[in-house]
Write a protein that binds this ligand. Structure first.
Ligand code: SAM
Length: 205
């Protein structure tokens, strides 16, 4: 069974349920930053199956590899993550567990590398190449420092549409008010604030 490491996954389900696209362009693109064992990605993909205006594609971004990284804003919350279980063995298990999801695209890289490499969009090949460049749902669950999430948010705000939802995990650990303001300027408004997760949706262009 795929396990998660957090609570309030029902708010992630709600984020997917309440997302929509005004314009049908044959596809939905969703994304999770920080995949771990894959529960978040699985929830997003399962819920997207219920939408019927295009083929859902899901990008999971995670470097795994047991690397050290700064985890939280606060210094006393350990500067570098001492020992994680985000290993390459976990990645292998994840690939096996999600084998039945052909439109799951695992990007084995950091958020920053993804944003550099795929700034023009993500191409899928099915008969002909198709560029997917607008995200309908994004789950922010990788790095948990304000500066890194701000960078991610700026990237995905520019690649969103009316109806896009963002779900933030552990939002109390970073400066969510600041991130909220940036998203507000991009037309996002709050949908649901839980103890652990926060969901917003783009209402205006
Ligand atoms: C909190 S876990 C994700 C939990 C998962 N979303 C779930 O619902 O079960 C954080 C993940 O972020 C990944 N991660 C760490 N640094 C990252 C980065 N710079 N970019 C993307 N993912 C990163 C870790 O490897 C780890 O798998």
């Amino acid at each position: 069974m795929i396990k998660g490491d957090s609570d309030e996954y029902e708010l992630l389900t709600e984020a997917v349920k309440s997302s929509y696209k005004l314009k049908t362009d044959d596809y939905y693109l969703t994304c999770e930053i920080g995949v771990r064992e894959g529960l978040g990605s699985k929830i997003i993909m399962d819920e997207m199956q219920t939408k019927n205006h295009g083929t859902p594609h899901h990008v999971g971004i995670d470097p795994y590899g047991d690397i050290k990284y700064r985890h939280f804003d606060k210094e006393h919350d350990f500067i570098e993550h001492p020992k994680t279980d985000y290993t390459n063995l976990m990645k292998l298990r994840l690939k096996k567990d999600l084998i039945d999801y052909p439109n799951f695209h695992l990007m084995e890289m950091t958020d920053q590398e993804y944003m550099d490499k795929y700034r023009n969009g993500f191409t899928i090949y099915d008969g002909k190449p198709k560029l997917l460049d607008k995200y309908t749902v994004v789950h922010f669950d990788g790095p948990h420092t304000t500066v890194e999430i701000l960078r991610e948010v700026l990237f995905f705000c520019d690649r969103s549409h009316v109806g896009t939802t963002f779900c933030f995990d552990d939002y109390k650990l970073y400066k969510m008010d600041l991130i909220d303001q940036v998203c507000y300027e991009h037309g996002f408004r709050p949908i649901k604030k839980g103890k652990q997760r926060y969901v917003i949706r783009k209402e205006y262009d």
